[in-house]
Design a binder for this molecule. Structure first.
Ligand code: FAD
Length: 407
């Protein structure tokens, strides 16, 4: 429910009601029905403000099969199913080289390898569920100004309308994204590797229906993904994520539609016929970041503030949702056993469970980014052999499918 003024104390305070914070709060609320944990979400941007909301923006997100299961358990899949586009096949190819590797959902015995959702649609569904929840108290717009550790939990100072208020929480779940001032204030550092690349995103109208195929094409500047979207006003549509070398993104944002289409078609070809329309273009700088500490007594980092990945393999949100599901389950179990959600033993148990998944996913994404962004002959050969092996070696193929599906 949307509230105007918060209580003085909560068991769990979620900072940031973006994709990850909102998903976590909903998951915790349904798991803790028996232990009645009090939950508050503080979100800086007003609900429905589509101009300033950094999470539910113009991008689209590929949700893995595993994320569908998480949203199903949360009770929001029915609403999401109406707005997502299933990915039935993934085609991987290399610009300038022959051959395509195909991965089909029927091989994996699932209805779809994943689903594409427009971030704004995901935001509408999650926000509706947050406001309808009788358990979650949502304060938006309100901003966290500071957090101070206490003997139990943390005191946080929030700013809402023109007043400031102090709240005590046994656990603060920091889900305020990749540019968290709170993290800096608490002295939590991040390791950062700049990829010297930016992702240019837009929606494109295409001549031929995509047939629920997602295309991943590797080019010298970096990977290019074309994801299937629901049609708009009778026009077949796809979401484009085009990785370019840093410094080249602005000219692609600013150039004419004709020039943009020409450059895109020279890399992507005409698999979907002519590109007929290009939506508004945005760019995002890309880096691999990881918080050097993810937990402290009364504090846990979730989502982009904990780790930010290259979007090449569409793993960032999917990994964060697996983290979120594990954290909410750990907290709910602890609460039933009468333990505080902010206790270090509880948080350590969560982190021990998720660390292998986090490291493997980061490594997989990082290796793919580097291998598939290079024109170096040795890497081109490795890449060709890799794609060939994906076709020929069943175990490798299975591993690739497992990663794509997040299972
Ligand atoms: C181009 C691109 C494509 C991507 N594609 C995919 C994909 O296909 N699949 C995938 O799994 N992942 C993908 N990702 C990754 C995915 O977008 C991120 O994992 C996800 O956005 C992380 O969400 P978050 O909630 O942690 O952070 P954010 O989305 O940044 O949300 C943070 C929230 O916190 C709020 N906030 C900030 N500061 C405060 C404060 N002080 N007080 C209160 N609230 C605050 C903000 O308003 C916002 O709502 C992609 C990323 C990029 C850049």
């Amino acid at each position: 429910m949307l509230i105007e003024s918060p209580r003085n104390e909560y068991d769990v305070l979620v900072v940031g009601g973006g994709m990850v914070g909102a998903s976590f709060a909903l998951d915790l609320a349904r798991r803790s029905a028996n232990s009645s944990i009090s939950i508050c979400v503080i979100e800086a941007v007003a609900l429905g403000d589509q101009t300033n909301q950094p999470s539910f923006d113009a991008r689209s997100t590929a949700l893995a099969w595993s994320s569908r299961a998480i949203y199903e358990a949360m009770g929001v899949w029915k609403q999401l199913a109406a707005v997502v586009t299933p990915i039935e096949e993934i085609q991987v190819s290399d610009h300038g080289h022959f051959g395509v590797t195909r991965l089909h959902h029927s091989e994996q015995g699932v209805e779809a390898l994943g689903y594409v959702v427009e971030n704004r649609e995901l935001g509408t569904v999650l926000n509706a569920a947050l406001t309808a929840s009788p358990v979650i108290e949502l304060l938006a717009p309100a901003t966290i100004q500071s957090a101070t550790p206490r003997t139990e939990g943390m005191d946080v100072e929030i700013e809402l309308a023109d007043q400031r208020k102090k709240i005590n929480a046994k656990l603060v779940v920091l889900a305020d994204g990749g540019r968290s001032p709170l993290c800096a204030q608490l002295g939590i550092d991040h390791s950062r590797e700049n990829y010297e690349q930016s992702a240019l995103i837009t929606n494109i109208g295409v001549e031929i229906d995509h047939g629920n195929v997602a295309y991943e094409r590797f080019t010298e500047s970096g990977p290019l993904a074309v994801l299937p979207l629901q049609e708009f006003e009778g026009q077949a549509r796809c979401s484009l994520v085009w990785t370019v070398k840093s410094g080249n993104e602005q000219s692609l944002v600013d150039c004419s539609e004709e020039e943009f289409i020409q450059q895109l078609e020279s890399l992507y070809g005409n698999r979907l016929g002519f590109i007929l329309k290009v939506g508004q273009r945005f760019s995002y700088p890309l880096s691999l970041t990881e918080a050097k500490e993810q937990i402290r007594p009364g504090l846990v980092l979730l989502g982009n503030v904990a780790h930010t990945l290259h979007p090449v393999a569409g793993q960032g949100l999917n990994l964060a949702l697996r983290d979120s599901a594990c954290l909410s389950e750990t907290i709910a179990n602890a609460a039933e056993a009468g333990r505080s959600p902010g206790s270090m033993a509880v948080l350590q148990s969560y982190l021990d469970q998720q660390t292998p998944d986090q490291h493997q996913t980061m490594l997989f994404t990082d290796q793919m980014t580097k291998l598939f962004s290079s024109a170096q002959l040795s890497k081109v050969i490795t890449r060709k052999m890799g794609l060939l092996s994906l076709d020929l070696v069943p175990t490798l193929r299975q591993e690739f499918a497992r990663r794509a599906m997040g299972t």
